[in-house]
Design a protein. Structure first.
Length: 429
């Protein structure tokens, strides 16, 4: 059986298993091992299965993942999201649609200490949705704002997805973190503008501004600011590595929670168990992707796809747009982590061959993944919100996110036209 046929059958089997709701990590691992066995034999495939999981789990560079996850869970269980929302509401509440604006700001702040879009969307559904309903926002506007704001979790550092991208492409994760800051701030501003422009008819009036309350609210946000400065500031200054920064962030988050009486022994243990579950899920996907990657390598699929895309003669930017379109479509049906692991090893050689910067491309595909997370018919962030706010129809949530989809397309175009928005901070390191 030829390598081309085995590769084709492998992709068909992979998407068939995904359609049968087999976890993506297990599906990639099964196809990788059996596909490898079909070409090289069962003994080499079993050796691959025995060695690869140990290599992934023991890799020091990947230890940053469970540490950042633990940091985010400690932050959520310490109530930092509610403090951020209180600050945002105190300062932005007086504006028309102020609660929606403060929700987006809070999503950005919580993303800076959680690193996960799913965690950000789930947390903000619990924190912001009751407040927006209390102030008279429609369910479409409220859920749309939360769904769009939640996607910031994989862009604003520390981002677990960027860590994984750095690992599989051998890119500097510190520079990737810095590259995500300006696009993240730009996203917040564009989302706020979207709320004011596209949802203006349904926005309630703001609340009276209370300077005393606004200033007092800042007393509760010091912990989040301190954590961001400790983690991202120390990485930018070159004082610590990303892994050391993640360990420092997790420990300091736990310490702050304990000192403030937000974390007790039981809550800490529950946080550790929750972090373990999430980490195991991510490592399972990683191991499956590594096994599938070996299968792709021996079938020379990346090289063939590279040759095919180059032969289309769309030019460098035409090929880039085609790849980004694939990512947006895949983001509708796949988790962002699985999508990165599945598609980047295939298209990355194309990007390098076309002369594009790997750091710039990493931010572009994260933005494309964010767009996919809120795009019908299966936007992952939308379904997370639906699972928490059960009395809202899924069509209502999609109606609320539609303006943000156009905003994300505009943002993606800006980042393509002006690479300096991505590369300015990394180039200063």
């Amino acid at each position: 059986m030829s390598g081309e046929l085995v590769a084709l059958l492998g992709f068909v089997a992979l998407f068939g298993l995904i359609a049968l709701r087999v976890p993506i990590g297990i599906a990639m691992g099964l196809v990788g091992v059996f596909g490898f066995a079909a070409i090289r034999g069962i003994a080499p495939a079993m050796n691959l299965l025995a060695i690869s999981p140990i290599r992934v789990i023991a890799d020091y560079n990947l230890s940053v993942i469970p540490l950042f996850i633990l940091m985010g869970i400690f932050a959520a269980n310490s109530g930092l999201s509610r403090e951020l929302f209180r600050v945002g509401n105190a300062w932005l509440g007086p504006f028309r649609g102020g609660v929606a604006l403060s929700t987006i700001a809070t999503c950005a702040g919580f993303s800076a200490i959680s690193g996960s879009s799913i965690a950000t969307a789930a947390t903000m559904s619990k924190v912001a949705m009751p407040e927006m309903r209390r102030f008279g926002y429609s369910d479409a506007t409220a859920t749309g704002v939360i769904a769009a704001g939640g996607t910031l979790g994989i862009l604003i550092p520390p981002s677990v997805v960027l860590v994984v991208y750095a690992y599989i492409t051998e890119t500097d994760v510190a520079k990737l973190f810095m590259a995500g800051i300006i696009p993240g701030v730009l996203t917040v501003l564009l989302y706020m503008a979207t709320v004011r422009i596209f949802h203006r008819k349904g926005l309630p009036e703001g609340t009276p501004f209370d300077l005393r309350e606004a200033v007092y609210s800042l007393s509760g946000v010091w912990a989040s600011i301190l954590l961001f400065v400790l983690v991202i500031g120390s990485i930018y200054a070159g004082v610590v590595t990303p892994t050391e920064a993640a360990a420092l962030g997790a420990f300091c988050t736990m310490l702050i929670g304990v000192v403030r009486g937000r974390l007790d022994r039981r809550t800490i243990m529950r946080s550790l168990v929750e972090a373990l579950r999430v980490s195991v899920t991510i490592y399972t996907i990683l191991i499956g992707a590594i096994l599938f990657g070996f299968f792709l390598t021996i079938t020379q699929s990346p090289q063939r796809i590279t040759a095919f895309l180059v032969a289309l003669e769309f030019g460098p930017y035409g090929t880039l747009l085609l790849i980004l379109a694939f990512f947006i479509i895949a983001g509708c049906i796949l988790d962002s982590m699985a999508m990165i692991l599945l598609m980047v090893p295939i298209v990355f050689p194309v990007i390098v061959g076309l002369g594009f910067d790997p750091i710039w491309f990493g931010i572009l595909i994260v933005v494309a993944a964010e767009l996919g997370m809120i795009t019908p018919p299966i936007g992952m962030s939308v379904f997370v919100i639906k699972s928490i706010v059960r009395d809202v129809r899924i069509t209502t949530v999609f109606r609320g996110v539609m303006p943000f989809i156009f905003t994300d397309i505009f943002r993606l175009i800006l980042l393509i036209l002006f690479p300096a928005l991505v590369m300015f901070l990394p180039n200063t390191m």
